[in-house]
Ligand binder design. Sequence first.
Ligand code: ADP
Length: 600
Amino acid sequence: MKEKKKSDVAVLLDYAGNRKGLTFLGLFFSAVSMLLSMAPYICIWLAARDLIAAAPDWTLARGVTRYGWIAFAFAFAGIALYFAGLMCTHLAAFRTASNIRKQGVAHVMKAPLGYFDANASGLIRGRLDAAAADTETLLAHNLADIVGTIVLFLAMVILMFLFDWRMGLSCLLAAVISVISMFTMMGGKNAQLMAEYQAAQDRITKAGTEYVRGIPVVKIFQQTVYSFKAFQEAINDYSEKAEHYQADVCRVPQSVNLTFTEGAFVFLVPAALFLAPEALADGNLAGFITDFVFYAVFSAIISTALARIMFASSGIMLAGTALGRINKVMEAPVLKSPDNPKVPHGNKVEFQDVSFTYDGSETPALSHVSFTAEPGQTIALVGPSGGGKTTAASLIPRFWDASSGSVRVGGADVKEIDPHVLMDQVAFVFQSSRLFKASILENVRAARPDASRDEVRCALTAAQCQDIIEKLPYGMDTVIGTEGTYLSGGEQQRIALARAILKDAPVVVLDEATAFADPENEVLIQKAFAALTKGRTVIMIAHRLSTVVGADRIIVLDKGRVAGQGTHGELVAAGGLYARMWADYNKAVRWKISSEKEAK
Ligand code: ADP
């Protein structure tokens, strides 16, 4: 038998854990409170009946006050129960929202580091926060209102037929027209239009944010036309969709809906006029007037009920959006931890026939790559941009896992090493290395939480960070990003290098492009590099051939394949891609020297 798909709301409710029951209790209270809120209308009918019977000597209608008190008691009990219900649904909703956050964060903690390149922490936090907020609104308010409204509607229909079905029907007719016009606005092919309208709304928000974020780039490179274009297109598209949706889809049904919601008695008055002669003939004028008074008052709650339906149904849509956001976070790949972890012996790094394809990409970023870095050697990865250097380097600290083949550190496949052990074994500094919004001390200490202040200070000194520490108001206790303490790109890189130095890992993976962060820092960064790499096994993504010459081994990567490997001398002699790159480099150097000479 086909398994029944769980509704979005049911899936969200599972996050409530042991407070799930409270939601149902809250919904029950909400339903009962709606039933209680019907009682005062019956009291109105009873009071009207007694008054009309007693007229014109009102003193005879002694029970009226009692009806008033009963009505008050029911109304009060209804409100109290409604609050009790809301209390229950809120308790469950808060737990659900916090569990969504906790479980989402717990899940992304298991994701490989590479995942965070495309999914910045702000984006993940944004998704979880929005999902939690939507869920909170849905479970704390909307769900109780939906259940309450259904009960209210059923009770309303019963009451409508209780006293005079013809007058009841005339009130109901207005409600039915109202509901039909509302559904024509939201259902069928209009639902598709509504989805398009909302998508356009999302696009305009996204394009707006991108535009604002990109203002520095726009100003520096004067990319006005290009950057305006995406934003402008989003605005045009949105205004077109909004206009079409409002003018062609909503105008008529919404007008009809509002007319009949607000004027629920529009059929009641003609119905009463039609029925009056008959009541007069039957001699039941008092009963007739009593019923009319009741329906005239009662029709007022129809608009409340209908407004609730509309509001609550939009809440159900929230469930879908919230779940979509949660699923986006939960779709993050999980880095598998080995059941029987292996311990690396030594600091050799090996690539054995490694291939890797990024998710969603057709062509492999690496195919059949093999090379070895003996302990203490410096290996340079070189090659044209897009050749696969960054990808190869990022497989060592398991930013991603190789699709096939094996990346080994100390003789063990990185997938089989306990992730904590691997992190102790490998230090890495990539261009994307980021600092946290914490003190410099904490930022550096993240590499080794038990390090003392002195050890951190030594690492900062080795990474040439003295000038940064000296200029900051609280030295290394200064929190980055507060009180106007912003570090330049190069300064941030030096702190990241201090972090890697403190880690004191025997294997170092780094991107030389770090040194290009800003020219004033370059000399200092080169010195920090030297402190970091001394006596270690180094895999370096090299961009300048001048740095590569001294490497123990050079791996040339082109289109994801090894296009040659050896020492500088061997590769130049072999006359392949590397020899051509070397010749180009020398030509460029000669041009530079001769143009400098001419300038003099
Ligand atoms: P290099 O560092 O030599 O410039 P990369 O390792 O960055 O090369 O890129 C190798 C190939 O993988 C390129 O074709 C690039 O477009 C692709 N690539 C890199 N990062 C990603 C990613 N996150 N998702 C999909 N493809 C990627």
